[in-house]
Ligand binder design. Structure first.
Ligand SMILES: Nc1ncnc2c1ncn2[C@@H]1O[C@H](COP(=O)(O)OP(=O)(O)OP(=O)(O)O)[C@@H](O)[C@H]1O
Length: 278
């Protein structure tokens, strides 16, 4: 596949506050002896970056490599001018929060306790929660609309509710870099729009957000920058308005689509050609 890079838009952002710069260079991740991410580079100076691509493209592995959850076989990740992966876990967790797809963690905890885990990197080892921590946790729960669930056991929640709690925990971490793996998974459409709107608001406050997304129209509607992966490699990147073409969608996903324009935002609306419309 050809590599198309919209260099003029690389790292561009509509964010009103420029976030710290994330520079991923030649990232390669090897899992089970396979190069599942190979030589991926992109820069995000604030704003929302969407990672898109088919199942198995390497989106989760790239996010995990950036976060230091899996090692990079080669390449580097710099954030705010420093080598992110060279930092200790605790220092990294003060800057970077990750919302992963896995929904079964914190099963024995209440919702409030699960979100409180987000404060751990900011507290000294044996310290208990301060009033400020409590307010940050309460605020994170309010932001995701889960304040009424604080005392519920985490494992009693629905999939979408768990997803929101994971997001609240990441917010409680007060990160400057937010990495999210399919954050709209399990969410109803209102919650999906709220989550992506929240990413936009956070980016306006200086948070750099990178999210793996499957819904191309939502990615087009909310991202400043898209990175398209297939087979572990970058196929295209840039402004969603120039990258998300019918040709690109056919090349990457093997499906036919008509790309329309949102009448107000001008952003791409992707209509898939079903048997009826083909
Ligand atoms: N532990 C592992 N050992 C071997 N291969 C792995 C391992 N983990 C992931 N892979 C493979 O790496 C590739 C990339 O997986 P990854 O989860 O990063 O893709 P993805 O783009 O996030 O996919 P999806 O959209 O399905 O979530 C896949 O082919 C997957 O099977």
């Amino acid at each position: 596949m050809t590599s198309r890079t919209d260099a003029a838009n690389r790292g561009s952002s509509n964010a009103s506050v420029e976030g710290a710069r994330l520079e991923v260079r030649d990232a390669t991740v090897v899992l089970g002896g396979q190069r599942v991410v190979e030589g991926v580079s992109f820069t995000a100076a604030g704003g929302v970056t969407a990672l898109i691509g088919p199942n198995g493209a390497g989106k989760s592995s790239l996010l995990r490599g950036i976060a230091g959850i899996v090692p990079l076989a080669s390449g580097s990740v710099r954030f705010d001018g420093a080598d992110l992966l060279g930092q200790g876990r605790r220092a990294r967790a003060r800057a970077v929060a990750v919302v992963e797809q896995e929904l079964s963690s914190e099963v024995a905890l209440s919702v409030r306790a699960a979100v409180e885990l987000g404060r751990t990197p900011h507290r000294s080892l044996l310290a208990t929660a301060t009033a400020a921590d409590d307010e940050i946790v309460a605020s994170a729960l309010r932001t995701v609309g889960m304040e009424g669930f604080a005392e519920r056991p985490f494992d009693s929640l629905s999939g979408g509710e768990r997803q929101r709690v994971h997001l609240a925990r990441a917010l409680a971490q007060q990160p400057r870099l937010l990495l999210l793996d399919e954050p709209t998974n399990h969410l109803d459409i209102r919650a999906q729009l709220a989550t992506l709107g929240l990413l936009r608001r956070l980016s306006a406050e200086g948070v750099t957000a990178v999210a793996a997304l499957h819904d191309l129209t939502l990615a087009a509607g909310y991202a400043d920058h898209v990175v398209v992966l297939a087979g572990g490699r970058t196929v295209a990147e840039g402004d969603p308005r120039s990258v998300l073409t019918a040709d690109l969608i056919h090349e990457v996903y093997g499906v036919s689509a008509t790309v329309l324009q949102h009448p107000r935002s001008g952003r791409p609306l992707i209509a898939f050609d079903t048997e009826e419309t083909a």
